[in-house]
Design a protein. Structure first.
Ligand SMILES: Cc1cc2nc3c(=O)[nH]c(=O)nc-3n(C[C@H](O)[C@H](O)[C@H](O)COP(=O)(O)OP(=O)(O)OC[C@H]3O[C@@H](n4cnc5c(N)ncnc54)[C@H](O)[C@@H]3O)c2cc1C
Lengths: 793, 284
């Protein structure tokens, strides 16, 4: 019998076509808004037009009078049920519907439930809210002014607008390193606020059944089980009476992790009306009020010896969290995993201090493929490295080579305490340099300058921590960060797999089946994958922070191995030999020394339901919970070559090379898709995407005329390369990949543009590098900051 | 994104449309392809009581030659205009500028007339009409009148079409043999112009014999760069063009936004004029 060909059954390494695309490309996806329940009502939210104001009165009488209006809710309605405020995922509170003040433009003030969405919208416009305007605060500089108005006057023990001070690292050792340094390089910049803007905005359908006491909520969420726990806590409903269903998601990128007021209000509305209530946010509502990314200032310093060796590093970050501290991040770390910065470099001493501030802007900060602020960490790192190499007068690639952690140094403990475990950093960098033609670049750049053309090259190398837990260190509001999988193999050898993760474009339905195929030899096409329904899926922390493959994916491998262990016993029974005499090859057990005599996994499945050995439980199903021993540490070298048009400040990408090492690739095509998408987002942030606010706190960019999304027309091509260093602790050797390109990409673009214009003395232009900024920098030879500078203390 | 409630009538003739507008009263509005009006309604920036849909009026949607002019029905879609053989040969600048408008989906619905009447300062077609001395045929209860492009555009989102009138057509003199180029400066495929330059030149013996230049988004209305139209006559090299284009920003008082402050806008007007004329003329 010829052994099974793993690629043919869609196992590990097969670029299997995405099975979910069968329905998506036919318009057969089923999103929250596609779901229609009998008797369903529609809810619309009224948002604040101003950024900071005291609410003097709300008059809903005209709204009630419109035929078809069933319910009008205000902060008062919520407060009567103790629901005017809800806890955030960072131990703060957030207003559900405003009672006392509005604290950002777009904040939820009231809601109308009506027979159709048109009536609800019309009725919203009839609600009269009287505001007494207060001075708005739109950045941390204003927030820390001595006479700044207090944004969170609702809180006790909150005398200022500061949210936290936090630090990590060894200050004394770092100070010593700086004292010994030959050269110190400084970098200051701002990583602007951006928004993931998934195609599908957020929404929910709450369906409370008074007869059974059961609450079902269809919801756009990347983490249904966390939502179930939170609803149990907030709404004081028993957890077994709550069912959260996250159907197909039209993208998430972290935007669908937080708990939004609209969800909560729709739940109360359903309880009050005893009807299903649907709330679908519009795109402007999504842009103006939901989880954004970044908005962090950096003051960074690197201490070096003349020969290029980095002795120490200091970072101070100032983050703008908006009106509520609602970051979805591990409890221990106030500014996420910012301290993963410089993890790929061998640096003896490091110290990070961070401060967080309230402003009159929408809350959030960790969305947009960022893995808990790793996006900022890696951007800061690579901009600091770029400046440091220049300040030292050393070649960018050489400076990195000197300082990158070497292959024989693993496992390597970073100055901030992370343990990186594997990688071939230099190899990745060298492949990238070769592919971009780095050797000849300086000559090319010189020659082009003579012709009035400005070429630049930018490198970004980084390893980032993906796949939280382990559960010792990682929890969100006390919920430990492990994950799970449940596998049921049916009598005919087909199977259903469920996990606690929740795909939103990553392709779990395709790739999880490939892991099972790899472990059991069941063809991937024979396995259906289901996620997102808390009544059927095993408990899990959801999908974000590139954690699905590192955690849930590992659980899939582990549960498959449990199934295989039981199947082996059944095989021994069927083959009438003892278990020790059974050998395994993909999809088949056979008798040692007699490969002809064997049974397939499908034979074992049938026997599990029809012919089990005495004393064995029938059936072939199991589950596994996986608590990873460590994070996974993928590495990437991104190198970009640009040409800047000195007359307009426009820059074009001439070539972009991406070398990614994410360990073993389950489905190379899916991995490449993740990288391509991530690089496109990186390009968008570097080039065009940012959300700004005017002096009044008006959000500029809450529409797609001002907030640009890149299209195929302007997005450059990307050349992808692969290096594989298996993760030593992951059952199939995989590392996270979902966020690498978004995290590491921006610095490659920015470093390239800066390189093209730095002969004029420019050190920094804040993102996005819009033509007017680049042109101005070139003309004046000075730095361009996108935001007012923040104090240095 | 739900608009406020409105009445809807579909007209099949100009007369019907005019009657419906009259009946609809003060805030009745013409609906063309809806590509500018519907976003305005959805964002609730405007709430007309009646929409008179003119997208099905055959008599205003054709493209034809008449009296030595190319007459474009107000209801002709962008897609129809840019692919029309007569437009391509006799008013190539309009075809080129239209091809840069938005994306194919929008170009299949949006109309030439709708773009002109909407008169968004960022729109790409008005400066073409201005530079090429187009004329606008407008129908009202008192009959039809003709307005020159120079008088048609009155301010941002303001034209000489009255609330109870409809635009019937836009007619362009024929520019057979002219060389043209529309230079659009924008950030993404379907984004609006930050600045745009519409250039048409008639070449004679390797020199520019006549030039027409319209500018997009450097003021509240499209702008005609008359000063440099003169200065370009006789230009025979890129250096000549550059010298003339340096005056492209003369007399402009643009506004500032996140994409460009006043100074950068003026700078772009100069740079893009040079590029547009260079591309149109082929001069090196
Ligand atoms: C995403 C997007 C991108 C775009 N990008 C560009 C771009 O890059 N460049 C550009 O120039 N344009 C752009 N547009 C606008 C586009 O060109 C519109 O099609 C055009 O501006 C309006 O034409 P319409 O037929 O759709 O008019 P409508 O939206 O139906 O109407 C617009 C206005 O004109 C009036 N109107 C329409 N027809 C008549 C008539 N016959 N008589 C009297 N009044 C009339 C209406 O009452 C309304 O006030 C874009 C639009 C979108 C949605």
């Amino acid at each position: 019998m010829a052994p099974l060909d793993e690629l043919k059954i869609g196992g590990m390494g097969a670029s299997r076509r995405r099975v979910e695309d069968n329905r998506f490309i036919r318009g057969k996806g089923r999103y929250v808004d596609d779901i229609v329940l009998p008797g369903m009502l529609h809810m619309e939210v009224l948002r604040s037009p101003v950024a900071h104001a005291r609410i003097k009165s709300i008059d809903t009488s005209a709204a009630w009078e419109i035929p078809g209006v069933r319910l009008v809710l205000t902060g008062e309605t919520m407060a009567a049920r103790n629901l005017a405020w809800m806890p955030t995922l960072s131990y703060d509170t957030q207003a559900v519907l405003a009672t006392d003040k509005v604290r950002f433009q777009g904040q939820e003030v009231a809601a109308v439930v009506a027979d159709d969405p048109y009536i609800a919208k019309d009725a919203c416009s009839k609600i009269v809210v009287e505001y007494e305007q207060l001075p708005p605060i739109v950045n941390p500089v204003q927030a820390q002014a001595p006479d700044a108005p207090l944004i969170r006057d609702d809180k006790e023990n909150q005398p200022t607008n500061k949210i936290f001070d936090w630090e990590i690292g060894d200050k004394a050792a770092t100070d010593r390193a700086f004292a010994e340094a030959d050269v110190i390089s400084k970098t200051e910049l701002h990583y602007p606020r951006s928004h993931p803007s998934p195609l599908e905005p957020c929404g929910s359908i709450a369906d409370y059944d008074r007869a059974t006491g059961k609450l079902t909520v269809y919801m756009t969420t990347q983490a249904p089980h966390i939502i179930r726990a939170a609803v149990a806590m907030v709404a004081e409903l028993p957890e077994h009476m709550i069912r959260i269903v996250s159907p197909d998601l039209g993208g998430g990128f972290g935007n669908k992790v937080p708990i939004y007021p609209g969800y909560v209000v729709s739940i109360l509305a359903s309880i009050l009306t005893e009807r299903p209530v649907k709330w679908i946010e519009d795109k402007s509502g999504n842009l103006i009020s939901t989880g954004f990314g970044r908005d962090v200032y950096l003051q960074g310093e690197i201490a070096m010896r003349k020969d290029g060796k980095i002795l120490g590093m200091r970072m101070h970050t100032i983050s703008d969290h908006g009106a509520f501290y609602a970051d979805a991040q591990p409890t221990k770390f106030k500014i996420g995993l910012m301290h993963s910065a410089f993890a790929c470099y061998d640096i003896p001493a490091a110290h990070l201090t961070s401060e967080g501030w309230y402003t009159n802007k929408a809350p959030g900060g960790v969305a947009y493929r960022c893995s808990f602020r790793v996006t900022e960490a890696m951007f800061f790192q690579e901009r600091m490295i770029h400046n440091a190499a220049n300040d030292l007068g050393m070649d960018q690639a050489e400076f990195r080579r000197v300082n990158l952690v070497k292959d024989d140094m693993f496992p390597y403990r970073t100055a901030f305490g992370f343990l990186t475990d594997s990688g071939q950093y230099k190899k990745c960098l060298d492949i990238g340099l070769e592919a971009i033609g780095y050797q000849n670049f300086k000559a090319e750049q010189e020659e082009a300058r003579k012709r009035g053309k400005l070429l630049g090259i930018g490198i970004s190398t980084m390893t980032e921590p993906l796949g939280a837990g382990n559960s010792r260190e990682y929890d969100i509001i006390g919920i430990k960060m492990f994950d799970s999988a449940e596998l049921r193999v049916h009598m005919t050898g087909k199977a259903i797999l469920r996990t606690g993760a929740k795909t939103q474009g990553q392709g779990h339905e395709t790739t999880w089946a490939q892991i099972v195929a790899h472990e059991l030899g069941i063809p991937a096409d024979d396995i259906v994958v289901e996620e997102g329904d808390t009544d059927t899926a095993p408990f899990g922390m959801g999908t974000y922070a590139s954690r699905s493959t590192p955690v849930a994916g590992a659980a899939v491998a582990m549960v498959s191995r449990k199934i295989r262990a039981k199947a082996r016993k059944i095989a021994a029974h069927l083959l009438e030999v003892s278990e020790e005499d059974i050998e395994w090859e993909l999809g088949r057990f056979y008798v040692r020394g007699n490969p002809e005599r064997g049974v397939t996994i499908q034979d074992c499945a049938l026997a599990a339901y029809s012919n089990v050995p005495d004393g064995m439980e029938p059936g072939l199903e199991n589950n596994a919970y996986y608590d990873p021993p460590n994070l996974t540490w993928p590495f990437a070298a991104y190198i970009c070559k640009v040409e800047v048009d000195p007359a307009t400040g426009v820059w074009d990408v001439l070539k972009f090379v991406a070398v990614d090492d994410c360990g073993v690739r389950i489905n190379p095509m899916v991995v490449e898709g993740q990288i391509m998408g991530g690089l496109t987002e990186a390009y968008a942030m570097a080039n065009m995407q940012y959300i700004t606010f005017d002096e009044e706190g008006n959000c500029i960019g809450a529409n797609y005329m001002d907030y640009l999304l890149p299209t195929a027309w302007e997005t450059p091509g990307f050349e992808l390369h692969e290096v594989v260093t298996p993760c030593p602790h992951h059952p199939i050797g995989a590392k996270g990949i979902g966020e690498c390109a978004t995290v590491g990409g921006p610095a490659a673009f920015v470093n390239a543009v800066i390189n093209a214009i730095e002969h004029t003395g420019v050190r920094n232009v804040d993102m996005p590098l819009m033509p007017n900024r680049v042109y101005e920098a070139l003309k004046t030879g000075s730095d361009i900051s996108g935001m007012p500078p923040v104090r240095v203390d | 994104m739900i608009p406020a409630a409105f009445e809807y009538t579909k007209a099949t003739t100009v007369a019907e449309a005019l009657a419906a507008l009259q009946a609809g009263g003060e805030d009745a509005k013409v609906l063309g392809g809806g590509q500018s009006l519907l976003p305005v309604l959805r964002l609730r920036l405007n709430a007309p009581s009646v929409l008179v849909d003119c997208s099905g009026i055959d008599e205003i949607s054709g493209i034809r030659e008449e009296g030595g002019k190319v007459v474009i029905g107000a209801g002709a879609t962008h897609h129809a205009v840019m692919n029309n053989a007569l437009v391509k040969s006799s008013v190539p600048l309009l075809a080129q500028a239209t091809a840069t408008v938005a994306d194919p989906q929008i170009r299949h619905r949006g109309t030439c007339g709708g773009s002109m009447v909407h008169a968004d300062p960022r729109a790409d077609l008005p400066p073409v009409a201005l530079a090429l001395d187009a004329e606008f045929q407008i129908a009202g209860s008192g009959g039809q009148r003709t307005v020159k492009a120079a008088e048609f555009f009155q301010g941002p989102f303001e034209t000489s079409v009255g609330p109870d009138e409809i635009l019937v057509s836009v007619s362009f003199p024929k520019y057979d043999g002219w060389s043209t180029h529309y230079e659009k400066f924008n950030r993404t495929a379907q984004a609006w112009s930050i600045v745009g330059v519409a250039a048409a030149v008639r070449m004679d013996g390797g020199k520019i014999a006549e030039a027409r230049i319209g500018l997009t988004n450097v003021g509240g209305t499209p702008m005609r760069a008359s000063a440099i139209e003169q200065a370009l006559v006789g230009a025979s090299s890129l250096a000549d063009i550059e010298a003339a284009a340096a005056r492209a920003s003369d007399g402009l008082a643009p506004f500032a936004d996140d994409d460009a402050d006043e100074e950068f806008r003026l700078h772009l007007a100069r740079v893009l004029t040079k590029r547009a004329v260079a591309a149109a003329s082929g001069l090196k």
